[in-house]
Write a protein that binds this ligand. Sequence first.
Ligand SMILES: Nc1ncnc2c1ncn2[C@@H]1O[C@H](COP(=O)(O)OP(=O)(O)O)[C@@H](O)[C@H]1O
Ligand SMILES: [Mg+2]
Length: 282
Amino acid sequence: MAAVQFTSLCKTFRDFFGRRRVKALDGLSLSVEPGQVFGLLGPNGSGKSTTFKIAVGMLRPDSGQAAIMGHAPGTMAARRATGFLPEESSLLPFLTARETLRLHGALAGLSRRDAARRADELLERVGLTHAAGRRVNGFSKGMQRRLGVASVLLGDPQVFILDEPTSGLDPLGAVEMKALIAELRAKGKAVLISSHLLGELENVCDRVAFLSGGKLLCEGSLEELLRDKTTHELRVSPPDAAAVAELEATARRLGLNVVSSRAPMRSLEAFYLSVLGKGPKP
Ligand SMILES: Nc1ncnc2c1ncn2[C@@H]1O[C@H](COP(=O)(O)OP(=O)(O)O)[C@@H](O)[C@H]1O
Ligand SMILES: [Mg+2]
């Protein structure tokens, strides 16, 4: 059974007078399996948040179906199975980070002691221990995002639906978010995430779908979509010039085109992390 299943979802928003305005979703079908990280990519207004709101029962589709672990959105079983991080997390400004998580824990049915323990564990997990006693209204967007993620983790659901989880996070925060998502996958959770930034999802998703105007443009595993089957890359170490020249000559002798042969560039992200002392050293 799919963890998340959408079948031919359509949704049109109407204005105040009931006139049709925006076709937000136009026959969207897709499914996410347990242990899979699925990225929904698309420009602003392509229907990502609408899809997620339908998945958690905040919106009803005009036609089509959604199911979470086989349950209709909004039912108790579906709600228990789902952790939802909305696009804009709504936090109570007068509570501290720790109080926020204890409250969410109590709402999720944890005992006072368990809620307190889980709150501290999760603050540590999302890197907010230093700000545990601070009121949420002084938090930056990135800190609010981290706290939102911690509250989604509280109930230990099977399915995570995260709307733009990396928005507002600094590069290090985004890397930590991706590590956390990878951890969820390793635990067999299904993770559905959205982003309007392509690079954000590249090394975290198993499958991606491109949405535009509420329609699916294409869908597939990153392997299917991105693997270049027309060339082969060989990396050698150390980059000994004479040996490389000989390898190139051998390739030509074998009738191959040498398309490129150079020292590879690191990504800006990898460089930034190494400057912060968080990644592999140059
Ligand atoms: N409550 C609403 N009322 C009217 N139009 C809406 C509403 N919510 C979303 N829309 C419209 O539906 C389209 C899809 O929006 P959304 O799902 O939020 O896109 P995304 O999350 O991909 O940026 C947009 O054109 C948006 O303006
Ligand atoms: Mg959105």
